[in-house]
Design a protein around this ligand. Structure first.
Ligand code: ADP
Ligand code: MG
Length: 322
């Protein structure tokens, strides 16, 4: 059986690229430099096997998602990702599993010039905990609490795909064969919206990433900003693959409003910045959609054909995700 340090050396000493890492893996702690004029932004997310992903999920998908959900938190703050640490609890020393995990983790880290600078390796039921660090120019972090009345509410990408893939995986829904690959990819390999997050530093008043469902996560912005909003269900962007599978609004509503795991951004933009913002995202080919507006009356209202949907009713009773 390889020692803990053999595992670290073989699978977690990934290629190093950053010159702001004075000491990385191998000492008692990492030594890192934050550039002058910037603040450190830090976040942590844990994924437990059987709770946050099905037990049979591939090692590559687990590694990808563990890091992607953390990158998504950086995106939601408007931060540039820089370093991360990895606490991993492993049930055994399966070298094939570790090899795939390490390869997938390294590929996503490299894509974002993100360096693994330390961690902890223990034995027990599979659990992956990542702490990520990034930078923002001092005072520019995108917070949940800064939405204003009349701001436009936006979402990026498409909503509901991951939730649909999850209920299909759970056997509650049969997908069309030609959409399975696309939808499973949305669940297992969500694309963190880092580029959009950086752009939003200049345009958004408030921002959050959608991990628990659009209604719940937009609800956090509203609660923190002490405001309300009306959104229009027809305006929420859905993928063709979603629409091909889900024809009935009664199924679409809970998946879109309450299904989690999309890791798109939900954010607000001041009305006077709207046209410039839309021009820039178009030029950059980033997909965003305005779905409603912030109001002074507290609470979230969602209209479909001008009739208010009972969001609570549409919610967690049907499809809950952890
Ligand atoms: P210590 O006993 O001082 O905590 P460890 O043996 O746990 O040291 O770790 C040795 C080095 O390996 C440290 O630099 C630690 O940050 C790093 N490390 C341990 N596990 C991981 C991991 N899963 N990924 C990345 N680095 C790790
Ligand atoms: Mg240790």
């Amino acid at each position: 059986m390889p020692s803990e340090f053999d595992i670290i050396r073989q699978y977690f000493m990934l290629e190093n690229s950053r010159d702001d890492v004075s000491v990385g893996i191998g000492d008692d702690a990492a030594v890192l430099s934050v550039p002058a004029g910037y603040q450190l932004v830090q976040s942590m997310d844990t994924l437990v096997a059987g709770v946050h992903f099905p037990l049979e999920t591939s090692a590559g998908d687990i590694a990808y998602k563990s890091l992607a959900v953390n990158l998504s938190d950086m995106a939601a703050m408007g931060a540039t990702p820089a370093w991360f640490t990895l606490a991993i609890t492993l049930p055994d020393d399966d070298s094939e599993w570790l090899q795939s995990f390490s390869k997938s983790l390294a590929a996503l880290a490299q894509k974002y010039n993100l360096q693994l600078v330390g961690g902890d390796t223990t034995h027990g039921p599979l659990c992956i905990s990542i702490c990520i660090n990034g930078f923002i120019p001092t005072g520019t972090a995108l917070l949940r609490k800064n939405a204003n009345v009349k701001d436009k509410v936006y979402v990026s990408g498409t909503i509901g795909d991951a939730a649909l893939a999850l209920v299909a995986w759970q056997g509650q829904y049969l997908l069309r064969n030609d959409t399975t690959y696309y939808l499973n990819k949305k669940l297992n390999r969500p694309e963190p919206q880092v580029e959009l997050g950086l752009l939003l530093r200049d345009y958004a008043s408030a921002c959050i990433d959608i991990s628990d469902g659009l209604a719940a996560d937009l609800g956090h912005i509203l609660q923190e900003s002490k405001l309300g909003a009306t959104i229009y269900f027809e305006k929420i962007p859905l993928s063709n693959e979603f629409k091909l599978n889900v024809i009935d609004d009664n199924l679409a509503i809970p998946l879109v409003l309450s299904g989690g795991d999309d890791y798109q951004l939900c954010f607000t933009v001041r009305a006077e910045k709207q046209s410039v913002f839309e021009k820039i995202v178009n030029e950059k080919n980033i997909k965003v959609e305005c779905i409603g507006e912030i109001e002074s009356v507290k609470g979230l209202r969602c209209l479909l054909d001008n009739v208010e949907i009972d969001i609570h009713e549409a919610g967690y009773q049907h499809f809950s995700s952890d």
